[in-house]
Every structure is written in structure tokens, then in C-alpha cells.
Design a protein around this ligand. Structure first.
Ligand SMILES: [Zn+2]
Ligand SMILES: [Zn+2]
Length: 246
């Protein structure tokens, strides 16, 4: 039988896991609505020229597909976990804790392990980088993520919009996602601009015109933020750096 409180703790953890998906759900809802507003309200109802409709729909679906694919890959790619060879034994961890008032003794235990491992980075104090939560020596550029609850290889940052860490395994997909999302926004802005102007001139009729109006605003808003974020990550790639500065 479960101990009293165990069930409560389990359901709390489940609630917390569900809450972490809210930002992802928000993005998915916006993208789904933008699909409806662009395809149905703009292309099928508002655009009258068939050639224009075909051109808009083909390119829109290309960007839409690439955006969804890269977003899915960024979310569902497993984080880069530290190999088990970096973990220290339970006996050595006990000894490490036992010497908690002697940094020198602790470092001696860790150095014994680190000499066989491909690590070059040390702490500011010159000691081997170690995570006592994961009981592991940190490989260069690995950091402990408090949200994921473990050490992550080449950690860039934990992103709530993908409910995952941006790290060694999914960084390429993350940068692609920013790039495709930016192209998606630019394409929507450019192609809906004539209808946005027509709205203010009073040439558009029906409730659907408000979808086109908001679509333009949302695409501009996301486009501007994506441009700075994508530009920043291109700079980081060129400099071989991460958001955390390593
Ligand atoms: Zn850790
Ligand atoms: Zn994380």
C-alpha cells in the first residue's frame, strides 16, 4: 500500500509536468490559428486571383511544414545526457561527502577520476567541475539544469517554449526552428500586406477581415522578436559560444 502523502506527491508532480506544456500549447494554438487565418480567410476567401492563390498556398505550406518539423524535433529530441563513465562510484561519493570540510581532499578524489576523462575545464578555484546532484564529473560545457533535473551536454539554456533544454543534441533543430519561424513570419507579412492596407481603406468585407488584420500584427510581432533571437544565435554559432558563455 502507498504511504500517506505519496499519492499527493505523485499527482503534484503530474500537475507540474502538465503545467510545463502550457507555453508549447500556446505556440501550437497560435500556429494552428495562423494556418486557418492564412489558408481559409486570406487565400481561399479573400484572394480572388487563382494564380495568386496557388503561389501563396504552395510557399505557405513549404514554410509551415518546415516550421512544424523543426519545432517538433526541438521539443522531442532527447537531451544530451552525461555518459556513465563520468559518474563516480557510490563509495567515492561517500568519501567525497565525508571530506566536506577539505576542498583539497575532495578535489583529490575527483582528480583521480578526471585524469582518465577528456575534460579540460575547471572551476574558478581550479578544481574539477563536479555535480553532486548527479554524482558526475561535468564534461566541458555541460551544466546542471534544475528544470530537467540532470546535467546536460553543451547546455545553452532551458527553453519553456519547447519544454526542453536547448543543448548539444537539439541545437541544430533549435536554430533551424528560429530560421524557419522567421521566414514564415516574413512571408505572411509580405503577402498579407496588400490586404492589410485594403482593410484600412475599407475595401475588405465580412468578419474574416479581422483574422487578416490580426494575422499581420502577430506576424510582425513574432517576426521582430525572432529576428533578434535568430541573429543572436547566428552570432553565437560563429563565435562557437553558448548563451551560458561557454
Ligand atoms: Zn547535475
Ligand atoms: Zn533543462
Amino acid at each position: 500500500m502507498a504511504r500517506p502523502g505519496t499519492d499527493n506527491k505523485g499527482s503534484c508532480l503530474l500537475c507540474l509536468k502538465a503545467v510545463k506544456w502550457i507555453p508549447v500549447l500556446f505556440i501550437v494554438t497560435i500556429v494552428a490559428w495562423s494556418y486557418y487565418a492564412y489558408v481559409v480567410q486570406l487565400c481561399l476567401i479573400t484572394v480572388e486571383n487563382t494564380l495568386g492563390q496557388v503561389f501563396y498556398l504552395i510557399f505557405f505550406h513549404l514554410f509551415f511544414f518546415m516550421l512544424c518539423w523543426s519545432y517538433g524535433q526541438t521539443i522531442f529530441t532527447d537531451i544530451g545526457k552525461v555518459p556513465s563513465t563520468f559518474k563516480i562510484s557510490d563509495a567515492d561519493f561517500e568519501a567525497y561527502l565525508h571530506h566536506n570540510n577539505s576542498l583539497e581532499m575532495q578535489n583529490r578524489i575527483l582528480e583521480n577520476y578526471a585524469k582518465t576523462l577528456p575534460v579540460t575545464n575547471v572551476t574558478i578555484g581550479g578544481s574539477v567541475r563536479f555535480c553532486d546532484k548527479c554524482k558526475t564529473i561535468k564534461p566541458d560545457r555541460a551544466h546542471h539544469c534544475s528544470v530537467c533535473g540532470e546535467c546536460v551536454l553543451k547546455m545553452d539554456h532551458h527553453c519553456p517554449w519547447i519544454n526542453n533544454c536547448v543543448c548539444f543534441t537539439n541545437y541544430k533543430f533549435f536554430v533551424l526552428f528560429l530560421g524557419y519561424a522567421l521566414l514564415y513570419c516574413i512571408f505572411i507579412c509580405l503577402t498579407s500586406l496588400p490586404y492589410f492596407i485594403a482593410f484600412w481603406k475599407g475595401d475588405l468585407r465580412g468578419m474574416g477581415r479581422f483574422h487578416i488584420l490580426f494575422l499581420f500584427f502577430v506576424a510582425i510581432m513574432f517576426g521582430v522578436s525572432l529576428m533578434s533571437l535568430f541573429g543572436y544565435h547566428c552570432y553565437l554559432v560563429l563565435e562557437n559560444r553558448t548563451t551560458l558563455g561557454t
